[in-house]
Design a protein around this ligand. Structure first.
Ligand code: PLP
Length: 421
């Protein structure tokens, strides 16, 4: 039996309607920016495998660090024990996170990083004797697939059957410069008529919404307003973190610092799963008490897994290197130039770039998982470029180590999709 046949027999894939989906493509190798399938066909990974492998697949620096760690300490319970990789990673992260971040809480993926953030925010208020039960979120945001994370996500395509079980959430329109006053008014009304505990947002760039950008200045005003009313600001940097927007963290685009930050994906350089929820001293302080029940009784078995910590430390070394920083600048510049060449293309509704992210909204009607989306996907795969269109939005987030030639091929492939419309 082939791998595909065995896969069909045994496996239930994520985000897949198995009745209509084509068989999954067996990938046997990944190196740098390239994925290789079982027939030896190569694909440039133009989305860094969901924005994880930003320093390239099977990066030798990461492999070396993880291998060394695996031989020293594989895993140990992180409640009551600690270890150097976790301590070192925390120290290193706190050096580059916004300066008010003081504590690192470990989880094991992006959704659980968000889940912990929401629980922290709710308990922060409850520990201080306040009943605050409402979370403010942005329309079309995406924060993950666990219940808390789903509740705050605004993409109904994923949420439908579960909505009646959700947390109490009110939703703001992501503000643009010309709608900032309107959205601020919306926020004021929400805060006046609900007991708002927190505001969760993907700073500046909404990834799963289709790499949509919104105004940093307007976001700043919303954050300031929240802060003044003790509504905790939770920056979900699971997608935006670690250089993708051209800055280490997208929170650097705004002046007001978040109280809580969620990290995952590129955190571990695409090698191992891990999530992190960082917070301020003030948030942490609200959990200190003689009584155990005021502590944060939330844990994941693989919290602070040492090899994952080692991968993350290696990732931070790579991120800080001049080579990677230069690559990020090179890709950003190259994206801007490519976008410029398409500025009056008749098939494009909008083209936008931020850091290594480039997104094109096509003038075409299609559902998020509609037929045109599948056609675009297959067309690019046939040309040896892996990307995942979201409805009529086609976007790339290439690994920082992508070569100029590979990037050129990705652009050529993007330019060729217009013939399908
Ligand atoms: C902004 C954001 N938050 C959270 C998540 C959930 O992360 P995970 O898939 O690791 O649970 C994602 C995943 O795409 C994301 O983009």
């Amino acid at each position: 039996m082939s791998l595909s046949e065995k896969d069909l027999r045994y496996i239930w894939h994520p985000l897949t309607q198995h009745q209509t989906a084509k068989a999954a493509i067996p990938i046997v190798k990944a190196k740098g920016a390239v994925l290789t399938d079982e027939n030896g066909k190569e694909y440039i990974d133009a989305i860094s495998s969901w924005y994880t492998a930003v320093y390239g697949h099977c990066n030798p620096v990461v492999i070396e660090a993880v291998t060394r760690q695996m031989q020293q300490l594989d895993h140990v319970v992180f409640s009551g024990f600690t270890h150097e990789p976790a301590i070192q990673l925390s120290e290193r992260l706190l050096q580059i996170l916004p300066e008010n971040q003081k504590k690192i809480f470990f989880n094991d993926n992006g959704s659980t990083a968000v889940e912990a953030a929401i629980k922290m925010a709710l308990q922060y208020h409850s520990n201080r004797g306040m009943k605050r039960d409402t979370i403010i979120a942005l329309e079309n945001g995406f924060h993950g697939d666990t219940f808390g994370a789903m509740s705050v996500s605004g993409l109904s395509v994923y949420n439908g059957p579960f909505e009646e079980h959700f947390l109490k959430v009110v939703r703001l329109t992501p503000p643009q410069d010309d709608s900032s006053e309107l959205v601020l008014d919306q926020l004021k009304k929400f805060i006046a008529s609900n007991d708002c505990a927190a505001f969760i947002y993907e700073p500046v760039l909404q990834g799963a919404a289709g790499m949509k950008l919104y105004s940093a200045t307007a976001l700043d005003e919303l954050l300031q307003f929240c802060k003044a009313r003790d509504v905790l600001c939770i920056a979900d940097e699971v997608m935006t973190g670690f250089g993708k927007t051209g800055k280490n963290f997208a929170s650097e685009f705004v002046k007001t610092l978040p109280d809580i930050i969620c990290l995952s994906k590129a955190l571990t350089a695409g090698m191992l799963p891990m999530g992190i929820t960082s917070c301020t001293e003030e948030v942490f302080g609200a959990f200190l008490d003689e009584h155990p029940s005021k502590g944060f009784f939330h844990a994941h078995t693989y919290s602070a897994n040492p090899p994952a910590c080692a991968a993350a430390i290696a990732g931070l070394d790579l991120l800080a290197s001049e080579e990677i920083q230069q690559n990020i600048r090179r890709i950003s510049q190259s994206h801007r130039e490519f976008a410029g060449t398409l500025s009056d293309n008749e098939h494009i509704m909008e083209i936008r770039t931020l850091g290594v992210v480039l997104a094109i909204d096509l003038k075409a009607e299609t559902e998020r998982y509609g037929a045109l989306r599948d056609k675009l996907f297959e067309h690019c795969m046939n040309k040896g470029v892996y990307l995942r269109p979201l409805g009529n939005t086609i976007y790339i987030v290439p690994p920082y180590i992508i070569s100029e030639k590979q990037l050129e091929k990705v652009y050529e492939t993007l330019s060729s999709v217009f013939e399908l419309l």
